[in-house]
Design a protein. Sequence first.
Length: 582
Amino acid sequence: METTATKTNFIWDAIDEDLRSGRYQSVHTRFPPEPNGYLHIGHCKALVADFLTSERYGGLTNLRFDDTNPAKEDNKYVDGIMEDIHWLGFDWKGGLFFASDYYQIYYDIAVDWIERGLAYVCELSAEQVREYRGTLTQPGKNSPYRDRPIEESLRLFREMKEGKHKEGSMILRMKIDMSSPNFNMRDPAMYRILFMEHHRTGTEWCIYPMYDFSHPVGDALECITHSLCSLEFEDHRPLYDWVVDNAANMLPSKPRQIEFSRLNLTRTIMSKRYLRMLVEGGYVDGWDDPRMPTLCAMRRRGYTPESIRDFIDRIGMAKADSTVDLALLEYCVREDLGGKAQRAMAVIRPLKVVLTNWPEDLRDELDMDNHPAHPEMGMHKAVLTREIYIEQDDFMEVPARKYFRMFPGNEVRLKGAYIVRCESCDKDEDGNITTVYATVDMDSRNGSEGASRKVKGTLHWVSATENVPIEARLYQPLLMDEEEAAEAEALAAEAKAEVEGVEEAPTAGPVMKKDFISKLNPTSIEVCHGFAEKFVENAEVGNTYQFLRMGYYCKDQDSTDAMPVYNQVVGLKDSFAKQIKK
């Protein structure tokens, strides 16, 4: 896959200056995911930034797994992340690494720092550490263990490594400055005790380095030139530099950290912790549930790597935080699939139509373009029979104003076929339409002389006897929009008041971010059973079609021979396109 980035950005401007000044002779980046979950769309900004930056300058990118917390890490996440990166069209030409590769080096640096008076073993509890750290307006105060003898810290640290002390009983801290206005410099933790088996090192270690220590050391060990990270690490940059500078005698290089804004997407959960809660709480059907923003879910849903890279290119790299409309991502998906996906007809919510003057044994094979703009993609046959299905909302017994689809007395054209006139309909005892009756203008067949007659409405259709039954899964964002969430909260407050006998329900306040479960969209998935034309009968899992007038649909892994399942990738309606083209 070719690089799609078309715009320069402040990161590349900084790198250009670094190369001009001779600060670095080449460019070497790294992508450092933690293997405690699958990559989501938020990670893509960092991923693309790392890989495209090295590609731009003919450099290298390392893939380094930050596996310093064995509590929730697993090899399945390692494999999944590597699959996602390859799916996006990138490769880690700089090499594959793990933070656990450097455990001994981290330990050696820690010992060196203790011996040089730059680190100490602290026995304050977590609550006491927070208390001693101070506030934004008050400096912290030194731990009573800060000036303990070097020999004592060395002994205790070795005992920590040997498993002689309990979890939480002590940590190794960097000795920096408890009065620093930057909280990150107030003697941050460097090592903690954790008796848990590691997915690569097993039980060899029971002390694990903290990210603010391990990450800069890993960058320097791998000779990374530019450590690109999201904006929340900007306040950590002085600590990053302090770690590298004070371990310089054991490191081969000094990287430069550059921060950029995170990707925030409307109505989308961008926290791996929250996504894990959705999975473990059963709110979704796994990490690859097509409603999830994970790359494995987007791949299953039918998103393309080209569309995601186009999306990242369009939003660009900036320093200031902002929130991107989910509609832009959907626009990119739609733009990419528009030129690739073959066309087919499918009815998602079927309503039977009987063509009363059509001979019962007549089947007319009609030529249909696989793609109207790409004749090289060929054609297929659609079979018209006496009984067909149309969409339920393509019929109204009493039409609304400017309704040009099927209603008694009106004529419409069946896509690629004939003009039909609606005559009447049947209803069940509840008043629901069950069957529509129409007559066919037999001289109006598409391609015949009578085909030139014009009518205002054209409907897609599927034969009721020659079709493929399908399950269609239609998706909406996992989160309600703000108005929907506020309304849901107000209704919940009213219901609670009614149950508790309160005369007047309290006014609902804003929905808190942390209470994201209450913002979950109850209609994020709709399952429909319909029919598609025989053309899609032999589709493979992952094949995507534009179901005419319905949207783009991708065949899902849950499909069986008896019931193919199609995920709605994205609809056809695109109000965002007008904004893009302005």
